[in-house]
Write a protein that binds this ligand. Sequence first.
Ligand code: FAD
Length: 507
Amino acid sequence: MPPEQNNNHAKMKTNNTTANTDVVLIGAGIMSATLGTLLKELQPGLRIEIFETLDNVAEESSAAWNNAGTGHSALCELNYTPQKADGSIDISKALHITESFEVSKQFWSYLVQQGVITAQSFIHSVPHMSFVWGDKNVAYLDARHKAMQAHHFYKTMQYSEDRQQLAQWIPLVMNGRDAKEHIAVSRMETGTDVNFGALTRELFAHLQKQDGVALHLNHHVDHLRKENNEWIVSIKDKKTGEEKTVRTKFVFIGAGGGALPLLEKAHIPEASGFGGFPVSGQWLKCNNEKIIEQHAAKVYGLASVGSPPMSVPHLDTRVIDGKKELLFGPYAGFSTKFLKQGSYLDLPESIRPSNILPMIEAGLHNVPLTKYLIKQVMQSQEDRLNELREYFPDAKAEDWELRIAGQRVQVIKKDTHEGGVLEFGTEVVSAADGSVAALLGASPGASTAVSIMLGLIKTCFKEQITGTEWQDKLKSMIPSYGLSLADDEALFNRVHSETKEVLGLAG
Ligand SMILES: Cc1cc2nc3c(=O)[nH]c(=O)nc-3n(C[C@H](O)[C@H](O)[C@H](O)COP(=O)(O)OP(=O)(O)OC[C@H]3O[C@@H](n4cnc5c(N)ncnc54)[C@H](O)[C@@H]3O)c2cc1C
């Protein structure tokens, strides 16, 4: 992206004329909030226009009840530590996720210290635990614990098969359980629950107070096209029906599930072949205060064979708007919508000549996923309760209600060997000149938003990020910036204890 030209904030005109800005952020979820905040810290004079189709920020995937609020740090999620053919445990992915979350915590701590956000409103300590049953799975968890504890990130990880100890840690999971069942649990006290909706709202409230930033709610971005090295973004004001355009040097398509259709409209060669496969989610939410009080952990199990990694069942303590809550899930569903408040035409309308083959190939290579989704969609409430009872044997139907979670659009992309592959992570797709970038996919998502957006800045603001001004600022906000916490135990210990203190966390 070319450097900033001037600092005057041009207000959007309301008579169909084109306004100028430096940056357009499409969508008001955690990703745009994070990118906008980072950019404004790095270059306070930057002019930023944010367009959100809904009447408030953080109403889609970033809303607290639309995601699980797990501060994904690979402490309890077993899909990040696969067992290799020789029986050893591969912790490389876990190290990467943990490092990313530590980066998020550093940036959030910086913002807390600046008085921009308040830690208590969005982050709380909740132990992260992995729970398995059966000899094979117990052996896996034992091996995983040994492999992880050898690294300084996970030195404090506890492991137990002792039923008395487990009854203390997770009474709901242990009460009424078959005494002969071989079970094991690992536990990290440093786990967190994060209300990404509250965090997003605080970040936008702060951004809106900045000179040169304007947030436009009820504004739907319809189209974007390139003209003379700038992007012309077409927007519809949903309240007045008025159509507007804004001319900008850089566009971030942070539209969550709505990112793929907009990326397709940008017609950049880098986006060719990308498709999306929507998976919806549901939770069981506990409505019995006595039960909610008895649990204080995020307890993650193993995903069943054929199911996607994000469908790992978990019994989660949440803290939402100051209140302790308990949820179990997710149960997967299928809908052709790309956003919870999207259209059933989202999936069919996203199919293009360039992505139809990758999409078909990805479908053919993911038959177990299709079978899993069909099975999930066919589930009755009693089936769901039976799944819950694997984690909470005494669960009663009257204590739980079904809630619809957010929509995830899994990335499908071209692959030279398989034709098309379905991915479960996130992917930043950007134009070669760095003038537009989109975030596709959803996992581990919000927890790693800061690292994802730093990667995007490195790609799209190449010139500015190599300058000493941005480098110094980044190091002051994120002390480990440019260094590796995974390789440097002393740095990790220092940074971890600083963020623990500022964010008021345990462990
Ligand atoms: C069931 C589920 C569980 C999850 N659990 C976790 C978890 O435990 N931990 C974790 O870290 N992450 C989790 N995630 C992922 C996390 O929620 C997402 O990665 C994150 O919220 C994505 O943020 P976003 O800003 O990209 O998208 P969103 O929050 O979806 O924001 C996108 C915004 O763009 C707007 N928009 C869309 N199209 C347009 C348009 N054309 N014009 C204007 N505005 C538009 C939308 O209305 C929306 O407000 C989970 C997700 C789901 C669905």
